[in-house]
Design a binder for this molecule. Structure first.
Ligand SMILES: NC(=O)c1ccc[n+]([C@@H]2O[C@H](COP(=O)([O-])OP(=O)(O)OC[C@H]3O[C@@H](n4cnc5c(N)ncnc54)[C@H](OP(=O)(O)O)[C@@H]3O)[C@@H](O)[C@H]2O)c1
Length: 296
């Protein structure tokens, strides 16, 4: 399978590359990555997308590119729409023209957080912020344009790559003795390496002829707040001797933190469908946390 990995310089893109390199013995025979970053192919520009597929003839497209800065999206609506909607339409049209599948990454922020039970794939979407709305639109377009698609909704991605909450906590812990973290938003932190494993698993299954297209949820198995996630990371960092002094962490509410974007209070997703259909088991968060902190 020649896989066009779009967004190769992003957190997930780098995690996929690292994962494939680390397990090259497993993937060598069947998974060949052709990577592009924004400087290689701007997905908003259809001729660039079209030229790339003509040159490389991929067997599948994995879209890890996005305007992913939830805060900045509030003041950059046009650019966010271009990347997350027009860009995704361009990639999906290119996939359709080649009759190949596309794996597109979406988010828990398509939901408004008013549920009290984990969201399933068929629950109604209602995004609270510009970023979430753009991802909702991207999902609709992928489904409209393609008949061979996997939309993977994930959440709270953390890794040693790019900008993410885990790296921010580690960096803050070295500068401050006290941290304040939001305790009234619940989500499921997801180690990007685990998501990379899942994406590779799906690609290999597609290569063998599996074709169960649709929307799937994939996130860490444990729901927690940003406050609890901070405690988890710091506790593990102390155990692994990644930090010498541990800051005290104080719980605050969303109202006490000034943010541009409104975020769902509860964006916990149910991952039963991806388990039942694609055989994917979410690793225990404790195990993911250990591997995450080892890499930080
Ligand atoms: N991060 C999370 O917590 C989270 C949670 C749920 C879902 N997701 C989804 O997961 C996916 C991966 O997220 P991530 O954390 O890896 O995001 P990321 O680190 O921001 O990576 C996205 C990449 O896309 C690139 N990009 C932006 N505009 C582009 C364009 N016009 N053409 C080509 N590439 C472009 C970015 O380049 P520049 O940096 O140079 O702009 C960046 O390298 C995204 O679909 C995101 O919406 C993320």
């Amino acid at each position: 399978m020649k896989v066009w990995l779009v967004g190769a310089e992003g957190q997930l893109g780098k995690s996929i590359i690292a994962h494939v390199n680390e397990h090259c013995a497993v993937y060598k025979a069947s998974l060949h990555l052709v990577c592009s970053s924004k400087k290689d192919v701007d997905i908003c520009h259809f001729p660039s997308v079209s030229d790339f597929v003509t040159e490389h003839s991929p067997d599948i497209i994995v879209n890890a590119a996005a305007f992913s800065d939830v805060e900045s999206a509030e003041n950059n609506l046009k650019r966010c729409q271009q990347v997350n909607v027009t860009g995704v339409a361009n990639l999906t049209n290119a996939a359709k023209a080649l009759a190949i599948p596309i794996i597109h990454i979406s988010t828990d922020y398509v939901f408004d957080g008013n549920s009290s039970v984990p969201y399933i794939e068929t629950d109604s979407t209602h995004a609270l912020n510009v970023y979430g709305q753009s991802k909702c639109e991207s999902e609709a377009l992928v489904q409209q344009i393609s008949d061979k698609y996997i939309i993977l909704r994930t959440a709270w991605l953390v890794s040693s790559f790019g900008r993410n909450f885990a790296k921010t906590v580690m960096s803050l812990s070295k500068q401050h003795s006290q941290l304040s973290m939001i305790s009234d938003q619940l989500g499921c932190p997801t180690f990007a390496d685990d998501l990379a494993t899942t994406i590779c698993h799906i690609i290999l299954a597609i290569e063998k002829g599996k074709s169960d297209w649709g929307i799937f949820h994939y996130c860490g198995d444990t729901a927690m707040s940003w406050y609890e996630l901070t405690e988890n990371i710091l506790d593990e960092a102390v155990i692994q001797q990644k930090i010498t002094s541990r800051p005290d962490v104080f719980a605050i509410t969303s109202d006490e933190y000034s943010a541009e974007a409104i975020r769902p209070k509860y964006s916990v997703m149910n991952c039963q469908k991806i388990h039942d259909i694609w055989g994917i088991v979410t690793p225990e968060w404790k195990d993911s946390l250990k591997r995450l902190v080892q890499n930080l």
